[in-house]
Ligand binder design. Structure first.
Ligand SMILES: Cc1cc2nc3c(=O)[nH]c(=O)nc-3n(C[C@H](O)[C@H](O)[C@H](O)COP(=O)(O)OP(=O)(O)OC[C@H]3O[C@@H](n4cnc5c(N)ncnc54)[C@H](O)[C@@H]3O)c2cc1C
Length: 477
């Protein structure tokens, strides 16, 4: 397995075409793109720490040795639990995305669906997938997962869109492979991944075969362009020394739009092409894995950071023993651990899917509940953190002020409490990154907007069975 330094070194061979803030930038030189590189490097390094070996690595039956868990296909419910543990651990250590997370979940969904596709159609999709996975594992590559299409008018099906490229689609098929066009948006960390695996963002119907496509491409493939997000945090990182930022090393969750301009993909990297019937299964299997990890695990790791920071803020200002503060901290813990419990339940109740495939997927209901709960719970947790830490979280001067001979002594004098002003400002800046940052909408929409989980829950629940129970006890039979 690669170390962080080896991963960074391997990026020197990649030539991604990246735009950020209206300029073309170099992945290894731009301060914002470097936060993604650093976060990935940390995830590589965590796999080498003996303390985390059980969580961060797994034994691969494909290559017969240990692999980074981000490239592992779950073989039992224990694997599912460790996968959720990895999401918590990496969130706690980074305060931003494990940028290999979506890729890991796409690979697991494809392992399950390509097995079924090969069984049903005879096309060697699973053989291709296993060969590709073996290549990833042998080289310990960072993989991002591309699911969300640009989508255009949400009320129209893909073929009805005025701009046909708003859903990724096949525009040509040859004996060597396929040619694809379109764009995937909000792609976490794709700029710094060695590979990206693309799947359809929705279930396709007969007549929509060109949009039913799953494939992998290497970073820097001809015709691929990345257009990065740009936020006030990007601007701040451009002008401020790193140490004064809310998450100095790893920044906020960085995404980009990936544009495919007639990109050629050889058949050995195509894992579904035209089989509309299997697209619904693929997206729903991906969703159930990703919602367990994104909702019940990763955000629990984030919540640990926010709760820890809120408790520190209370101690810094001497209100940590006040009953309503204790109450609010307790409420934050309760919200976070409820989501955590849902992730554990989703893993423990997971099963082999489809039977005979050897691939284990989490329970659908608990995975969806985990994500739905965290969408609401995380806003609540941030609300209480803002309450406890006070208005300083948004009204604070920069810690850089302390370097100024005129304003520095004033800031030091008036913001010092049980701790020096420097510590108080640094903690407030850390909390600003969460409570006044990108994480609210990020948590809401990541792994699908909550309405998608509501629809899944309603569809998955056997209301007839519940009605029968009620009728029986109420004497209505
Ligand atoms: C921080 C972050 C990281 C992400 N990382 C990744 C990633 O790595 N890979 C990836 O593939 N995606 C990623 N995403 C994308 C994420 O999956 C999407 O944001 C999510 O699925 C919602 O899609 P959207 O943003 O296009 O919003 P929309 O789909 O436009 O949703 C906006 C609103 O419209 C509603 N809506 C949309 N369509 C319909 C409809 N047909 N009928 C009724 N209501 C509708 C939704 O319920 C919602 O209320 C990321 C998102 C975020 C915020």
């Amino acid at each position: 397995m690669k170390t962080g330094a080896e991963y960074v070194n391997s990026l020197k061979d990649l030539k991604p075409r990246i735009f950020l803030g209206g300029r073309q930038v170099d992945l290894l030189e731009n301060p914002t793109t470097m936060t993604v590189v650093r976060a990935n490097a940390k995830v590589y390094d965590l796999a080498h720490e003996p303390e985390f070996a059980d969580v961060m690595t797994a034994d691969s039956p494909y290559i017969g040795r240990k692999v980074n868990r981000n490239l592992h296909i779950a073989r039992n419910t224990g694997d599912l639990e460790r996968r959720a543990d990895m999401a918590i651990l990496t969130a706690q250590k980074l305060g931003t995305c494990n940028y290999r997370c979506v890729g890991a979940d796409v690979l697991n969904a494809l392992a399950s669906v390509t097995w079924e596709l090969e069984r049903d159609t005879g096309t060697p999709y699973h053989q291709r997938f296993v060969k590709y996975l073996t290549y990833l594992q042998e080289n310990d590559l960072a993989v991002s997962g591309a699911v969300t299409d640009a989508k255009g008018d949400r009320s129209k099906r893909p073929p009805q869109q005025e701009e046909p490229d708003v859903h990724v689609r096949v525009v040509d098929r040859t004996s060597e492979g396929i040619v694809v066009r379109g764009a995937k948006v909000s792609q976490s960390g794709a700029i710094a991944a060695h590979e990206t695996v693309v799947i359809p963002g929705m279930a396709m119907r007969p007549g929509e075969e060109d949009f039913a496509v799953a494939f992998a491409f290497p970073n820097g493939a001809p015709g691929v362009t990345y257009v990065c997000q740009y936020s006030p945090f990007t601007a701040e990182r451009e002008v401020m020394p790193e140490k004064y930022l809310g998450n100095p090393l790893y920044g906020v969750r960085e995404t980009s739009m990936i544009v495919f301009d007639n990109v050629f993909v050889p058949w050995e990297r195509v894992f579904l092409c035209g089989e509309v019937r299997h697209t619904g299964t693929l997206i729903s299997r991906f969703a159930k894995i990703h919602r367990m990890n994104c909702g019940g695990a990763c955000k629990v790791g984030f919540a640990d950071l926010v709760i820890g920071a809120a408790q520190l803020a209370a101690e810094y200002t001497g209100v940590d023993k006040v009953p309503h503060i204790v109450d609010k901290i307790t409420e934050m813990i309760c919200l976070s651990e409820t989501c955590h419990a849902c992730a554990i339940a989703a893993a423990v109740k997971g099963r082999e899917e489809p039977p005979g495939s050897g691939v284990y997927l989490p329970d659908d209901v608990f995975g969806n509940v985990a994500k739905l709960n965290v969408a609401h719970g995380f806003w609540e947790i941030m609300k209480w953190a803002g309450d406890i830490a006070g208005g300083l979280v948004v009204t604070m001067p920069s810690e850089k002020e302390l370097e100024n001979p005129e304003s520095g002594p004033l800031v030091r004098k008036f913001f010092g409490t049980a701790v020096v002003a420097e510590k108080r400002l640094r903690l407030a800046k850390f909390l600003q990154n969460w409570t006044a940052g990108l994480h609210g909408p990020g948590t809401w929409h990541g792994a699908g907007s909550p309405q998608a989980q509501r629809m899944a829950l309603y569809r998955l629940t056997d209301l007839e069975a519940k009605k029968r129970l009620a009728r029986e006890l109420a004497g209505l039979e």
